[in-house]
Design a protein around this ligand. Structure first.
Ligand SMILES: NC(=O)c1ccc[n+]([C@@H]2O[C@H](COP(=O)([O-])OP(=O)(O)OC[C@H]3O[C@@H](n4cnc5c(N)ncnc54)[C@H](OP(=O)(O)O)[C@@H]3O)[C@@H](O)[C@H]2O)c1
Length: 242
């Protein structure tokens, strides 16, 4: 099992729930020498083999090389959790085009690149499962976080289409749509209604993986809530908080 963004709270929580006797884990992250806590948390959960690999998602030119090196060293990929991402600073991104581009690059462009490479690799293997984190922020983009939201909207569309393209190939893609998650990424922000924790997102993700589902909303009530949100008039929607 490979976690891309090996320091991600949600990605690690998913990995811990997938520990079983035989599964090997690879944590792919920037500053891969500095993953002692993450490795220890997997070992405490029962993992016996945890490897690390240096991975900068923004360095898209090296994506295939990194994936090939993981397969060459550790064998075929069974489950790949694509868990890297940044929230960015919306206020700054509204004025600083370079910052807006950085958010879009990590949260959308780098995902398009790595998911395309992963799809090629897993198709050739004839098996495997991908976990992708979208967000309700992308279901209907809000004025208050439209840069991050637009990246998630793009990613949601891309991953949905890719899941359909993979149908029948032996490779599955699970698209996870969490709401506000109380954790490192949202530190200092007041939780939105229907918030969850990384553990709750991970529990829902693993249950959906085991059931072979293609999509999961966390918590599930967000699906009908966002169905209605789409119908709200623009004049109200533009005042919605993040
Ligand atoms: N938290 C939420 O409220 C929430 C809600 C909905 C969806 N999601 C999505 O769920 C996914 C996981 O989020 P999380 O809550 O687990 O966040 P997190 O704990 O902040 O983890 C995100 C990880 O992405 C890594 N990362 C960022 N840019 C990278 C790059 N260029 N190369 C490699 N790694 C990079 C960070 O690594 P470093 O340690 O090197 O910075 C960080 O460990 C993200 O896609 C996020 O957008 C989160």
């Amino acid at each position: 099992m490979l976690v891309l963004g090996g320091r991600s709270e949600i990605g690690l929580a998913v990995a811990r729930k997938l520990v079983d006797g035989e599964r090997k884990f690879v944590l792919a992250a920037r500053r891969s020498g500095d993953l002692d806590d993450e490795e220890a948390s997997l070992r405490r959960a029962g993992a016996s083999e945890v490897a690390r690999v240096e991975f900068d998602a923004d360095d898209v030119a090296r994506h295939r090389e990194v994936l090939d090196a993981v397969v060459a060293e550790h064998g075929p990929l069974e489950t790949v959790v694509v868990a890297f991402g940044i929230l960015g600073d919306q206020e700054r991104a509204e004025r600083d085009a370079a910052h807006a581009m950085a958010v879009i690059h990590t949260d959308y462009v780098a995902h398009v690149s790595i998911l395309t490479e992963l799809a090629n690799l897993l198709r050739a293997q004839g098996s495997g499962q991908l976990v992708v984190f979208s967000s309700v922020a992308g279901v209907r983009v809000r004025r208050a976080n439209y840069v991050y939201g637009s990246a998630k909207a793009g990613l949601d569309g891309f991953a949905s289409g890719l899941a359909d393209a993979l149908h029948g190939s032996g490779v599955r893609l699970l698209l996870v749509r969490p709401g506000f998650v109380i954790g490192r990424m949202t530190e200092g922000m007041s939780p939105a209604p229907f918030s969850s924790t990384p553990e709750q997102v991970a529990t829902a993700t693993v249950r959906a993986l085991r059931r072979g589902r293609g999509e999961v909303w966390v918590p599930p009530v967000l699906r009908p809530v966002f169905f209605l949100m789409r119908l709200l008039p623009r004049a109200i929607w533009r005042r919605m908080p993040r």
